[in-house]
Design a protein around this ligand. Structure first.
Ligand SMILES: Nc1ncnc2c1ncn2[C@@H]1O[C@H](COP(=O)(O)OP(=O)(O)OP(=O)(O)O)[C@@H](O)[C@H]1O
Length: 215
């Protein structure tokens, strides 16, 4: 299983589709626009932060179990990033220490079940999308989900900057398996065909290296 990570609007879902099509495998992605808790969370983060995490945990665990069935299935977001979001939200006073503790223990407990549920413990490769604040905001504006727009809620500027700051450290600390980064300011894999091919070549090379190491 290959897993994407990176900021809101970085392009995880798009690259998930592109990569799964390229590899001839299955794409698994979260239907963000069908998520009933997300708009509630953005409108009242303090009340809904914990519920949102439980919602995501449940959904992502279900996808992981299905995606792990094949080495090259592609999943649009890693479950490990949720803890980054939740810990930050807790620091912002949107969740209690007890909620964080319950969440962290539940996550650990569920992840321990994975080898039994899916015969594998962790992704074969993590592809982390790196993006600047300006580029990310341009994507968010183009996509137009109302609750993600800083012009509707000025506190989102700090929220996004805060998340961006933490992501690099999160990537450095990620230790569950092989990993690589793609620079989304450099490669426009959605609208530019040459960039898309370049990104696929970089990923193919990494997958090839992994295969050689495994054999
Ligand atoms: N664990 C979480 N806690 C709080 N909000 C989250 C969490 N995970 C995702 N979100 C929110 O859900 C929405 C979708 O996020 P996500 O980054 O998965 O998809 P996306 O923005 O469509 O990404 P991409 O454009 O890279 O495919 C965003 O508004 C994000 O802030």
């Amino acid at each position: 299983m290959i897993v994407l990570s990176g900021m809101i609007g970085a392009g995880k879902s798009s690259l998930t589709n592109i990569l799964a099509e390229h590899l001839g495998t299955q794409a698994f992605y979260e239907q963000v626009d069908d998520n009933p808790v997300l708009p509630l969370f953005y409108a009242n983060p303090k009340k809904y932060a914990f519920l949102l995490q439980i919602y995501f945990l449940n959904k992502r665990f279900a996808s992981i179990k299905r995606a792990l069935a094949d080495d090259n299935n592609v999943l649009d977001r890693s479950i490990y990033e949720d803890a980054l979001f939740f810990h930050m939200n807790a620091e912002m006073g949107r969740a209690t220490e007890q909620e964080v503790q319950v969440y962290d223990e539940l996550l650990d407990n569920m992840m321990e079940e994975l080898p039994y549920a899916a015969h594998k413990k962790a992704p074969d490769l993590l592809i982390h999308l790196v993006i600047s604040y300006d580029k990310m905001l341009a994507h968010i504006q183009k996509r137009g989900r109302p609750y993600e727009q800083p012009q509707n809620d000025a506190s989102l500027v700090d929220y996004y900057h805060n998340l961006l700051d933490r992501y690099q450290q999160w990537y450095q600390d990620y230790h569950y398996g092989p990993k690589m980064q793609i620079d989304c300011d450099k490669y426009d894999f959605v609208d530019n065909l040459a960039d898309r091919q370049a990104v696929l070549r970089i990923i193919d090379k990494k997958l090839q290296e992994r295969k050689t190491l495994d054999n």
